[in-house]
Ligand binder design. Structure first.
Ligand code: MCA
Ligand code: AMP
Length: 492
């Protein structure tokens, strides 16, 4: 049995998950997951991608575990994904099975792809009651386990395939670094189609026999109430969440403030990651909560790579040291290793936490590596005492907004499918709350209102451009290349 399932055997009655509907023990979780696994097993699927669409909830984890127990590959989608995006994931994975929350039936009805067997979890539970493991295939740590879609500098999102071993190593790395234990209790407000919510929070909690509270949506007031309860020990989120919590704190009354602050004193650790944490946010949050946020750095393809220490100095504006089981190096433009301190270079990462491949994309996979080193595309610097600092990205076409990675090219490609648009360019603008916001310059015969309506069933809300500029032509250099820096200036 996989290590992540161990607490269903060793502490079956302990509470694993609490969500908006109820509380569920490790034993209940395993039994429900076995029903899903036995259902999948009857479909004769083995090491196949299976899509599932749920909000962050108990049901999400039941299906994820069920897919794993039947030895298939879990491909989580997000409720914000549009039918256009889901159709792409169905096509790209060539999955045969799609399990969804019955509350989302309407969304499923609109899908254009008909060559997939879509079934709600409620339906599976109605027909499948077997909780035996006898008929299920053996699992090996080398088997493919999870596929997370991520945007890159080329084309459409790519499926990042991870084996059980890679997930297991990522979990053990964070367990060791941040000292997870069965006494921990964490609130997750992040989506579960990305590493931060699914691995760092949920998988780490369940691997350690801890308790995870799953919230389908972020709500500052709810977070304050849960922190005030003094039941939570841990919290992990993207900088935008801390920024929004600070805003809420500043607006709320003194009674709430006091209870919230007292509750936070009882917590042992708060982590920030997925995007750069502004020093002003770190400082304001310290004043409010008494906690120095532990900032760490990661990427879908590699899990977490660098982290400030649990004990020792958590330095503002830097992301600390390599985590356990992770090797890193800096290279210059000619791919020579840099050993000088305070010199910038691209971060390369190697180790058992690094993903296997992009799904069905051998060329992109090969291009992402230099021998067995993964090229992150992030430019970093190492101080004399070993702390790493993220300076930026090699490509300006990668946008980080609200902690989500978004490809400017992916949005441009969608915009260009509108017959009224001749040319367009998507850029990122600095923003205090979101880190970056998406802006687009358009040459064409369409207005902002119509364009927003047209985009609404094509892009998830978090990928939506927030600022529009309609121009007669885009600025280009002598070679005809669009000058994105000049476009950014036009917005300012
Ligand atoms: C939503 N809005 C935005 C954006 N998103 N405005 C500008 N830029 C955006 N990116 C607008 C909506 O249209 C809406 O406007 C209002 O803000 C509230 O939207 P809502 O969706 O309700 O926002 P929220 O629930 O407050 O969400 C904020 C959030 C969310 C919780 C920070 O963006 C989020 O879950 N981000 C986390 C993503 C994540 O998990 N990334 C990890 C990737 P109106 O009010 O006008 O309707 S993994 C990774 O990066 C690596 C591995 C790592 O290192 O972790
Ligand atoms: P994703 O592909 O969604 O997993 O996003 C990974 C990217 O997020 C990295 O390549 C970095 O550019 C960025 N990132 C993650 N953590 C941090 C951090 N602490 N500081 C700055 N950038 C970060």
């Amino acid at each position: 049995m996989l290590p992540i399932f161990q607490h269903a055997i060793s502490s079956p009655n302990a509470i694993a998950i609490i969500d908006n509907i109820g509380a569920y023990s490790y034993q209940t979780l395993l039994n429900d997951a076995l029903r899903v696994a036995n259902f999948i097993q009857q479909k004769n699927l083995y090491q196949q991608p299976i899509l599932y669409l749920f909000p962050s909830s108990y049901q999400y984890v039941v299906v994820q575990w069920g897919i794993w127990l039947s030895n298939n590959i879990a491909v989580p989608l997000h409720t914000a994904h549009t039918k256009h995006e889901i159709d792409y994931y169905i096509e790209d994975t060539t999955a045969n099975l799609f399990i969804y929350d019955e509350q989302l039936q309407e969304k499923i009805n609109t899908l254009e792809q008909k060559n997939i067997n879509a079934i709600s979890l409620k339906n599976i539970f109605t027909t499948q009651h077997t909780t035996t493991q006898d008929n299920l295939p053996k699992l090996s740590l080398e088997d493919n386990a999870l596929m997370i879609y991520t945007s890159g500098t080329t084309g459409k999102p790519k499926g990042v395939v991870m084996s059980h071993k890679q997930i297991d190593t990522q979990i053990r790395s964070l367990t060791q670094a941040w000292q997870w234990s069965s006494n921990d209790r964490i609130l997750n407000v992040l989506p579960m189609h990305h590493v931060h919510g699914v691995i760092n929070i949920t998988c780490c909690a369940l691997y350690n026999g801890a308790l995870v509270e799953l919230q389908s949506q972020f709500n500052a007031e709810y977070v304050a109430t849960r922190m005030a309860s003094k039941e939570l020990t841990l919290f992990m989120a993207v900088p935008t969440v801390y920024q929004k919590l600070i805003q809420y704190f500043e607006e709320t009354n003194n009674t709430i403030k006091l209870a919230w602050q007292q509750g936070m004193q009882a917590m042992r650790l708060m982590v920030s990651g997925s995007a750069a944490l502004p020093i002003t946010v770190l400082e304001k949050w310290k004043k409010i909560s008494g906690h120095t946020l532990l900032e760490r750095y990661g990427m879908t393809e590699i899990g977490m790579a660098l982290s400030n220490p649990l004990q020792g100095e958590r330095r503002a504006g830097v992301v600390g040291f390599p985590l356990p089981f992770v090797a890193v190096k800096l290279v210059d433009e000619k791919e020579n290793e840099i050993n000088d301190f305070d010199t910038s270079g691209e971060l390369y990462v190697k180790g058992k936490t690094v993903f296997k491949q992009y799904w069905n994309k051998p060329i992109e996979t090969a291009n992402a590596f230099e021998q067995d080193w993964f090229k992150t595309g992030d430019i970093v610097e190492k101080s004399k005492d070993g702390y790493f600092k993220i300076l930026g990205r090699k490509s300006s076409d990668i946008i980080k907004s609200g902690g989500y990675k978004i490809s400017a090219l992916e949005i441009e490609n969608v915009l260009l499918t509108n017959a009224a648009i001749k040319e367009c360019a998507v850029v990122a603008l600095q923003d205090d709350v979101w880190g970056e916001i998406i802006a687009t310059a358009i040459v064409g015969n369409i207005n902002e209102e119509d364009l927003k309506v047209w985009l609404s069933d094509k892009l998830a809300t978090y990928k939506m451009p927030r600022k529009f500029l309609f121009v007669n032509q885009l600025p280009r250099n002598a070679m005809g290349k669009i000058l994105k820096t000049s476009i950014k200036e036009c917005f300012n």
